[in-house]
Design a protein around this ligand. Structure first.
Ligand code: SF4
Length: 339
């Protein structure tokens, strides 16, 4: 029996006893599973819990999501980042509503906007008990440790081969098996720390545990350095109202709100001149702070100037802090200047 064939028997009883109670594990409603999987991409479980509950309280059905106003939708996602995820959720909801029901075939789920192989596999196995593996970085790490695989896990052909091998051994309890693998990769065999092999249900047949090699795996391709972009952000305050503007309809943080900004890091005199060029009259520079924000491929190096201006002019929307909190989705890259 190879290592893959041993997995269902080892993982299913372990998952039954050790699974964490999470809000999206309370039912098998495809909308709930889909939403949680999209939220969990690039985001920690603890951070997702509150967003998930608020989102479903505001938009309890796929129809509600399909009809939700974009600004309200961005507000529900504010702080989660990767905003294209929520825009695709809405597009996919519109496809589902037009079709009259949530798709139940893997190919149709995979065809929804924003749904890749991992998410389609998770939805179909968890909601419909189909033998469709959901292979992400966590699962690849576990498999590479179990098999002491020297191939870098970020090589696409490796991911495809793991998916194929898992598909061949999927048990009837497909949803539990998918979640068991995810759970192992998120807990005892988690990232960025020594695996807890003593507590692992696979320790008797895991190559890394038997040979003491867990810290060698997974092997990865060398990372490409992120591009650094410098910018200056203006937090312009006129009697308690702040100048905001909408970002463009495409590109990074599309259609969200931002503080006015210009490329490059400006010195104080240059910053004051830039504010005048925006049609405003600066009174005081109150503070200047340096922050950064990391995206997938870019790092913004940001200098922020806090200025008072004498009138709410210029091509801006002026909002109080309370109005921003209530209505405007302000991404973390800019929001951090309030904190
Ligand atoms: Fe990971 Fe250790 Fe379990 Fe192997 S035995 S899968 S290395 S936790």
């Amino acid at each position: 029996m190879d290592i893959f064939e041993k997995l269902p028997q080892a993982l299913l009883p372990w998952y039954c006893e050790n699974r964490r109670e999470l809000p999206w594990r309370q039912d098998k409603e495809p909308y709930h599973i889909w939403l949680s999987e999209i939220m969990l991409q690039q985001t920690r479980v603890e951070a997702v819990k509150g967003y998930y509950s608020r989102f479903l309280a505001a938009l309890p059905t796929v129809e509600d999501l399909a009809n939700c106003d974009d600004d309200a939708l961005h507000k529900l996602w504010e702080g989660l980042g990767y905003y294209s995820r929520v825009r695709n959720l809405k597009k996919a909801a519109q496809v589902i509503v037009a079709a009259g029901k949530f798709p139940t075939e893997y190919a149709d789920v995979l065809a929804l906007p924003g749904v890749g192989e991992y998410t389609a596999g998770a939805i179909c196995s968890i909601a419909f008990d189909m033998p469709t593996p959901a292979v992400d970085g966590n699962v690849l790490r576990v498999i590479s440790r179990l098999t002491e695989e020297e191939t870098p896990i970020d090589q696409l052909s490796y991911k495809a081969s793991v998916r194929q091998k898992l598909m061949e051994i999927y048990p009837a309890q497909a949803g539990d098996f998918t979640q068991a693998l995810m759970e192992l990769g998120a807990t005892v065999c988690g990232p960025n720390r020594k695996p807890d092999c003593e507590s692992c249900p696979c320790k008797e047949f895991c190559g890394s545990a038997l040979n003491g090699t867990a810290e060698k795996f997974p092997v990865r391709l060398p990372k490409r350095a992120k591009r650094e972009v410098e910018m200056t952000v203006f937090i312009l305050n006129c009697d308690g109202e702040f100048a905001l503007q909408k970002r463009g309809k495409t590109g990074l943080l599309a259609d969200l709100w931002q503080f006015p900004n210009v490329p490059g890091k400006l010195e104080t005199e240059q910053a004051l001149a830039a504010v005048v060029a925006m049609g405003l009259r600066p009174k005081n520079v109150i503070r200047c702070v340096e922050r950064s924000h990391i995206f997938t491929h870019i790092i913004w190096q940001i200098r922020g100037y806090y200025l008072e201006v004498d009138a709410p002019t210029g091509d801006f929307t002026w909002m109080t802090r309370q109005q921003i909190e209530a209505d405007a989705a302000l991404p973390t890259a800019f929001r951090q200047f309030f904190e």
